[in-house]
Write a protein that binds this ligand. Structure first.
Ligand SMILES: [Zn+2]
Length: 77
């Protein structure tokens, strides 16, 4: 993503400074503390439902303006 800063949270609608960068689908996604915690909570919730969780189970969608949203990928394969 040329020209795109990794210093600001990439979560949709958020403009907080990024403190973490998460690799999802081969992309580096900057996240602020709040949204990183929110991502971890999703993973924990999924782990308790299914007994396992990893970042591989999340997929990434991107808006035209470059904002990103992290969504759960459907599990059953
Ligand atoms: Zn954020």
């Amino acid at each position: 993503m040329p020209g795109r800063s990794l210093s600001v949270c990439g979560y949709r609608g958020c403009a907080e400074p990024a403190h973490y960068v998460v690799e999802l689908d081969g992309k580096s996604v900057p996240l602020c503390r709040e949204h990183f915690k929110s991502l971890l909570r999703r993973l924990e919730a999924r782990a308790s439902e299914e007994g396992a969780a990893s970042l591989d189970q999340l997929s990434l969608t991107e808006d035209g303006d470059g904002a990103v949203a992290i969504r759960r990928r459907r599990g059953n394969r």
